[in-house]
Design a binder for this molecule. Structure first.
Ligand code: PLP
Length: 396
C-alpha cells in the first residue's frame, strides 16, 4: 500500500507530512527513493546537529547496543555518567536529570518550580506569549497560542502567560507569589524571536526583588545551535534551570534538566523519574554530539557559518525588500520574516531540492545541521534568491 495513503487512513492526523518518500540521509543531504538529493535546512527541527549518518554516532549506537540497550535507572550507567560530565562541565551547572523529550523536561521543571515554591508560599508559574514548551498539559499551561491549546483545557492552576518582551507588563504581574518564569531566550516555534535587553533587565531586577526561579527553555536553541552553548549566553544571564533536548541524543530521544545544586536538591529519590529517561544508547550518541560540538569545534563553526549566512540573508532582504520584512536570530537558528505567506516559498525551494521549515505562517525558519559548509550555504542562498526574484518579477 502507498505509505501516504496508509498514513492518511490509519494514523491520528496530528502531522502535516511533506510529500517526500525519504530513503536515507547523508551529511546535510536527504535522498528520496528515486535518488533525488535534497539539501536539509530543517535538520529534523534542530535535532540532527551533526547531520545524517554520522559515523561516530552510528559507531557509538552500535557499540553501546552490544553492551546493553536498557538497564533501568536502578543502575548507574556509564553512558549517562560520561554525557553528564561533559554536559555539566560545558554548561557550568551542578546537576542533571535525563528525560526522553523536551516536553518531559518542561514537566520536570514545572514540578521543581512547584517544589521550590511550596515552602515559600509561591505557586505561580509564568510563561510568555508566542512561546512553545511542548505538548503535555503542564507545558500547555504556560503557553497561549490557541492552535496548541484549543479544546484541551482546563490546564494547571496558577499558571499564566505574559507578553513576551513587555517589561512594563511583567512588572505589573510578578509578585512574591511567583515561583518561576519559563522563557525561550530565542523563541523557535514562535518565529525565531529574540528577547530584548530591556526585557532581560526587567526579569533580572524582578528576580532579585522576588526570588523566583528563572527557567530557560533551550530545547531548540541550546547545545551550540546559536553559536554559543546556550542562547541565554548571548544575553549575559544565568538561569536557575535549563532545559535541553532535540540534538542532545544525536537523533535518539533524549532530554535533560540542568540545575544549580540548591534547586536540584528539591527533588529526592522517588519524587521524579522516568523508565526510559537517560537511555544508555541515546546517551552514548549524545556524548559524540557534545564531543564534536565542544572539543572538535562544531559549535565555533556554527557561529562562523551562521554569521556568513546572516550576511547573505541581509543581502537578500535588501534585494527583495518588498518580500522580506526582517531577518533575525543567532548562529544557525535564523528566521526570515516575509511579508507574504512563507509556505509557497518553501514549496518553491523544495522544487529546487532544498528543504526549509515554515513557522508562524510568514517565517522561514532556517535550522540546518551545524556541520553545513560554505558551499552548501551558498547553494541555499542562490535558490532562495531565485525563488524571491521570480515572485518579485511576477508581481511587476
Ligand atoms: N520547547 C521548545 C523550545 C521546543 O522547540 C520544543 C519542540 O519543538 C519543545 C519544547 C518540546 O520538545 P519535544 O517535542 O521533544 O517534546
Amino acid at each position: 500500500m502507498n505509505p501516504f495513503t496508509f498514513e492518511a487512513e490509519h494514523f491520528f492526523q496530528t502531522y502535516k507530512r511533506l510529500p517526500l518518500d525519504i530513503d536515507r540521509g547523508e551529511g546535510v543531504y536527504l535522498y528520496t527513493k528515486d535518488g533525488t538529493r535534497y539539501l536539509d535546512m530543517f535538520a529534523g527541527i534542530a535535532v540532527n546537529a551533526l547531520g545524517h549518518g554520522h559515523d561516530g554516532i552510528i559507531r557509538a549506537i552500535e557499540e553501546q547496543s552490544r553492551k546493553y540497550v536498557h538497564l533501568s535507572n536502578y543502575f548507574v550507567q556509564k553512558p549517562q555518567i560520561a554525557l553528564a560530565r561533559l554536559l555539566l562541565t560545558s554548561s557550568g551547572y551542578d546537576r542533571v536529570f535525563f528525560s526522553n523529550s523536551g516536553t518531559e523536561a518542561t514537566e520536570g521543571a514545572i514540578k521543581i518550580a512547584r517544589a521550590f515554591g511550596s515552602s515559600r508560599g509561591k505557586t505561580e508559574i509564568v510563561g510568555f506569549s508566542n512561546g512553545f514548551h511542548g505538548r503535555t498539559m503542564g507545558a500547555l499551561s504556560i503557553m497561549d497560542r490557541s492552535k496548541y491549546r484549543e479544546t484541551f483545557g482546563p490546564f494547571l492552576d496558577d499558571c499564566r502567560v505574559e507578553s513576551f518582551n513587555n517589561p512594563v507588563g511583567l512588572r505589573s504581574v510578578v509578585s512574591s507569589h511567583t515561583a518561576a518564569l519559563v522563557l525561550e531566550f530565542i523563541q523557535g516555534e514562535g518565529g525565531v524571536r529574540t528577547v530584548t535587553p530591556e526585557f532581560i533587565e526587567a526579569i533580572e531586577s524582578l528576580r532579585k526583588e522576588f526570588g523566583f526561579l528563572l527557567i530557560a527553555d533551550e530545547i531548540q536553541s541550546g547545545l551550540g545551535r546559536t553559536g554559543k552553548f546556550f542562547a541565554f549566553q548571548h544575553f549575559g544571564v544565568k538561569p536557575d534551570l535549563v532545559l535541553v533536548a532535540k540534538s542532545l541524543g544525536g537523533g535518539l530521544p533524549l532530554g535533560a534538566i540542568l540545575g544549580k545544586s540548591l534547586v536540584a536538591e528539591l527533588l529526592q529519590p522517588g519524587t521524579h523519574g522516568s523508565t526510559f529517561g537517560g537511555n544508555p544508547v541515546a546517551c552514548a550518541a549524545g556524548l559524540v554530539v557534545l564531543t564534536e560540538l565542544i572539543e572538535h569545534g562544531i559549535m565555533n563553526h556554527a557561529a562562523a557559518i551562521g554569521k556568513m549566512l546572516m550576511k547573505e540573508l541581509w543581502r537578500i532582504q535588501a534585494a527583495h525588500s518588498s518580500l522580506v520584512a526582517e531577518v533575525r536570530g543567532y548562529g544557525l537558528m535564523l528566521g526570515m520574516e516575509l511579508s507574504v505567506d512563507a509556505e509557497p516559498i518553501a514549496e518553491a525551494l523544495r522544487e529546487k531540492h532544498i528543504l526549509v521549515n515554515v513557522t508562524d505562517k510568514t517565517v522561514l525558519r532556517i535550522l540546518p545541521p551545524l556541520i553545513i559548509n560554505e558551499h552548501q550555504v551558498n547553494k541555499f542562498v542562490r535558490a532562495l534568491n531565485e525563488v524571491l526574484a521570480a515572485i518579485d518579477t511576477a508581481r511587476k
